[in-house]
Design a binder for this molecule. Sequence first.
Ligand SMILES: O=C(O)c1cccc(C(=O)CC[C@H]2O[C@@H](n3cnc4c(=O)[nH]cnc43)[C@H](O)[C@@H]2O)c1
Length: 223
Amino acid sequence: MEQGAGNSADGDVLIVTAVEAERNALLRGLGNGSPFDVLAGGVGPAAAAASAAARMARRRYRLAICAGIGGGFPGRAEVGMLVVADEVAAADLGAEAPEGFLPLERLGFGSSRIRTDAERSDRLAEALRGAGLPVVVGPVLTVSCATGTAETAKARAMRVPGAAAEAMEGFGVAVAAQNMGIPFLEIRAVSNPVGPRNRGAWKIEAALERLAEAGAVIREVFG
Ligand SMILES: O=C(O)c1cccc(C(=O)CC[C@H]2O[C@@H](n3cnc4c(=O)[nH]cnc43)[C@H](O)[C@@H]2O)c1
């Protein structure tokens, strides 16, 4: 089999977005007749985990991808860029304490971070670069509450050194994939900077177009 080609005998590829607009953008790029099951699973880690787990219980998948738009950490991933996660981090899952935020690790409840499949992430990033798309590889934070101030942006970036992007579903899909023993990837098209909330300035259409371009590359690599 040619390098990068999938084997549909091993199952399809599940792609989980938050909303229909993201799903439609990916479907534009993926085209018809591909072994991709693209699901708009809802906003936030709980909805994403529940939707992904329900799908995974019904069918066998060879790969799970969380995809959508996201916030980019300034200096790491600017608006219009793509971020391929090398790990996902549940950045607001834990406890507040007088001395600061305590992640799951400090509470003795396991890990707040999940590594993505390194070989497939590298292959995807390389193919995106080959297609002339601007791509950064780094940690993608999963949050239940989107960052809206410079202080929170700074605190979250410090919590996860090298943080490239922030979104709201990745950790949920990653936990579902981990439980099923399926390799996991996350890709985000940056629509806004992580920082003071300015929803009117989000470049959603441009990010969705970027996501569609990424979809075409995902089809080449994993189709
Ligand atoms: O209003 C629209 O037309 C529209 C079209 C597509 C997507 C949206 C969303 O609002 C998607 C929500 C989704 O986006 C992720 N996201 C984007 N930026 C951030 C951020 O700065 N911090 C956290 N999450 C972000 C997130 O995964 C949401 O589920 C609207």
